[in-house]
Write a new protein. Sequence first.
Length: 310
Amino acid sequence: MHAKRAAFLAVFIFAVVVCPLGASDIHRWDRTRKIRLIYGLAVTNKGDRPLGNITVRVPEIQDRPPYQSADVIAVRPGDFTRERSPRDVPLARFEIEKLAPGEKRTFLVQAEVAVSEVTYRLQEEKAHDPGASMRQFLSLDGDFTTKSPALREKCREFAREKNPLKRAKNIYLYIISGAFTFSNSPAGSGVDLSFRTKHLNCSDAASLYLVMCRLCGIPARYVGGIFYTSERKWYPLLHAWNEIYIPPFGWLPVDPTLGRISAKNRSLCFAHIRNRYIALWSDQPGAFSIESPSDADHLEFHHSVHAESL
């Protein structure tokens, strides 16, 4: 961890001091927190007969420069295989041959993580649209799509703004401005339902922001992970936010859920990320999963997250 972290810091210092980023200077990169993180899934058979052939997948945390460096220390239990999702998310895959009635199994990833607070100095006049290399982050497919004429019309309104940074900021302000009601309820049935009902949780908000940005020509991706509600107490919440790609600045973090809370948060959640975010996966709405050929209704699961400062 120490050698890797030192290398990560060296690369960052070289990039900022020796090779200035110009318009995209990261002018604040500080308050680094080092954390021992243990997260995963607990699975219980709530039925009255054994269940078998169950597959459990847990994402393996990765580096996310410039704000996150991570080392996976252990995966438990040790009899697992590594694979990647269709969206290239690294996963630990576990197989349960038999789960007795009332039996509980826990599947965990342990990591050491360093997260930093990062703010970008942005000059709107230098922003420009990306080239063809970002095409994969502009396509609409799978969970990130829409058939809503009303949503497409709204995006055409935003697309009239020629500057991509202003365009992305306007979409962000629209979502956090009060037009939507936010809650912690389970995710809805897609972007179109969220847009029609104007009810969002963090996953809905991140999905909606992604689709609107992509319809407006702004490369965007979904990020899933953990947010700590307090800097003093480790009280974690599973959370979702976004990253948008604006040349020449690169990938910029955006949180359309927490940005609505206050005027201070409005600025802290666009092109800024606090050291209370830990990214576990990206590019898909969920990475924790359970597959069972039968009696899936009798499988109960919950996420497990524990963190402590190093």
